[in-house]
Design a protein around this ligand. Structure first.
Ligand code: GLU
Length: 340
């Protein structure tokens, strides 16, 4: 049976844009008979907020969403990520990097490429044997000059065991040059050049945690996820994840549906700058879940605002009717929610 996941990050409360993606993911899964795994992506330590995970779970249930497995968390057991990293290192596909963000910025010759203002890594610690570009296809990643020899990944060594002059190492994946194309079921064919946009991207931090890219691949693979529905701001990540699927020999990556985001009137992705758009804000003001789902239905091309349950939404949703452009959350939407 196909399997998908709802994967909230407990870095803040769910806003209406998050709700819309989760609702569509859930509805498509229920229409198609996919199993649903709930996975709390709690690795982003500094940004994780206490209670955000339980609040997200409670909110999804209040909206009428359910799941077949989970909630699973990530932080509780880092061993699967360590194993994947060790495998990449052993295969010569990952190398240690001790650059600071400042060093990467100083080596930057032009404005940062990529979205989210990600810096393109200039390859400072890339093993010379691999060459400046186009490595990563089976050649060995030797220890870069100037970096102390590392046996296994630094994920296993605590900072207390490091030499004082030995900065802890992050790990990067060797990225081959050139574009890749993803056939997304909603967005269509999407071309992207990971090596030009982000270069050898981080797969583990100096603090000993797997990056989002590595964790999501390890988890999707071990949890049997073969269907992913999420916002199209993660389309560029899908290319990085595909590379990891390939390097870890995990088989084909999940089929994907990347949906346009909900944005504010200024065209920027929905966030605090647009006022309080948390679903819980409306809930606290007495707005019923049917009303929130009614707004989602209007946003998903199901006609005028009309209250409905999550189950009714799942019966009526047709992905072909989903707008192809970003959805704008307007003052009129806010007023409709509050005038219930
Ligand atoms: N936890 C991620 C987020 O909330 C979703 C990651 C994914 O769907 O791959 O942005």
């Amino acid at each position: 049976m196909p399997r998908t996941r709802l994967a909230p990050s407990p870095t803040g409360a769910l806003h209406l844009g998050n709700v819309r993606t989760f609702l569509v993911n859930w509805a498509v899964a229920r229409q198609q008979g996919w199993q649903i795994v709930l996975r709390v992506e709690d690795l982003d330590g500094p940004r994780v907020k206490a209670d955000a995970a339980s609040e997200a779970i409670e909110l999804l249930a209040w909206l009428g969403l359910d799941w077949d497995e989970g909630p699973y968390t990530q932080l509780a057991d880092l061993a699967p990520y360590h194993a994947a990293l060790d495998r990449l290192i052993a295969a010569g596909q990952a190398y240690p990097c001790r650059c600071t963000r400042r060093e990467i910025e100083a080596a930057q010759l032009s404005a940062p490429h990529g979205d989210d203002h990600e810096l393109r890594y200039p390859g400072t610690c890339r093993p010379p044997s691999v060459g400046p570009e186009g490595g990563g296809s089976g050649r060995s990643a030797a220890e870069p000059p100037g970096c102390a020899a590392v046996t296994g990944s630094s994920l296993h060594s605590s900072p207390a065991t490091q030499q004082p002059d030995d900065r802890a190492a992050a790990y990067r994946l060797l990225v081959p040059a050139g574009e890749t194309t993803i056939e997304d079921n909603f967005a269509g064919a999407h071309c992207y050049d990971v090596s030009a946009a982000t270069g050898d991207f981080l797969i583990a931090t100096k603090e000993g945690l797997p990056s989002y890219q590595l964790a999501v691949v390890v988890d999707d693979a071990r949890q049997g996820i073969d269907r992913v529905v999420r916002g199209d701001d993660l389309l560029s990540s899908a290319h990085r994840q595909r590379l990891l699927y390939d390097r870890l020999e995990l088989g084909p990556p999940p089929h994907s549906w990347h949906l346009p985001l909900v944005v504010g009137p200024d065209g920027r992705r929905l966030a605090k700058r647009h006022g309080d758009t948390r679903a819980s804000y409306y809930r606290e003001r007495g707005v019923r879940p049917e009303r929130i789902i009614g707004l989602m239905a209007a946003w998903c091309g199901l006609g005028a605002h009309e209250e409905m349950t999550a189950a009714a939404f799942a019966n009526r949703l047709a992905l072909e009717c989903l707008p192809r452009k970003p959805i704008v959350f307007t003052a009129a939407d806010d007023a409709w929610l509050l005038n219930s």
